[in-house]
Design a protein around this ligand. Structure first.
Ligand SMILES: [Zn+2]
Length: 237
């Protein structure tokens, strides 16, 4: 978080800082030791972990208030729900609206074995309609399009497996959901809007690709199965 931000310029700067910080490793983002985290401070960027720990929370808020660019992990089910979680932790809406740049959520799915996975039979439109029936209209439209548009290479695991895998899967890949703050989202934050409103606004005005959408895109490439994507994202549909 940082105060008085310009939208895209900051992300570019951030990217540059990380590229310059050659020793930065993604796995260190998951460390929980704040002292260890300090080693990865690059110029005015600070990375803190596990925001919910009280001592760290105090530190991170102080950093954000004094204009540092700051990363932290936070336990929520999606990127938009980060805002509600910050409310609950006592961060005032005006501070979230003015200092938060964005939030990213991630889930791991099993990767299909490239040696033995099999083509999946095509999904029918009624089946997809059934799957999307409880979604917001705009979101349902995007999800339907992602599943049904031509050119997909959906695959299913060979459950018997082969010498290269276990039950048709081999390793894991990440699904990502990145919410970048914009003026529409900020207005809702200031009005204390619920997560579903923030989420809808992020999809419709900030082009947020949800975990499910990202998963479908990866399933279209045959990297994972649609069943696997639905399994890990079921709590947010
Ligand atoms: Zn295999």
């Amino acid at each position: 978080m940082k105060q008085n931000l310009t939208e895209t310029g900051e992300w570019k700067a951030l990217e540059k800082h990380f590229l310059e910080a050659g020793n930065f490793r993604i796995k260190d983002l998951f460390a929980e030791d704040p002292e260890r985290a300090r080693r990865f401070t690059v110029e005015d960027i600070d990375i803190y972990f596990d925001y919910s720990k009280h001592r760290i929370k105090e530190k991170t808020m102080r950093f954000a208030l004094t204009g540092h660019l700051l990363f932290t992990t936070i336990h929520t089910i999606s990127a938009p729900s980060t805002i509600e979680r910050l409310f609950e932790m006592g961060v005032p809406p005006f501070l979230i609206a003015s200092s938060m740049l964005g939030a990213m959520s991630q889930r791991l799915v099993r990767r299909l074995c490239p040696y033995c996975s099999k083509p999946a039979s095509a999904l029918t439109e009624p089946a997809v309609n059934e799957f999307t029936k409880n979604m917001d209209l705009e979101e349902a439209k995007i999800v339907k399009q992602l599943i049904l548009s031509p050119g997909a290479n959906f695959k299913i695991p060979n459950l018997a497996g082969c010498p290269n895998c276990r039950n048709g899967y081999r390793g894991r890949i990440g699904l990502f959901e990145l919410m970048v703050m914009n003026e529409s989202i900020r207005k809702h934050v200031l009005a204390n809007a619920p997560t579903d409103v923030i989420r809808r606004t992020a999809i419709n005005t900030a082009g947020m690709r949800t975990l499910l959408m990202d998963g479908i895109l990866k399933a279209r490439l045959g990297e994972t199965s649609l069943a696997e994507v639905i399994r890990v994202t079921a709590t947010m549909v």
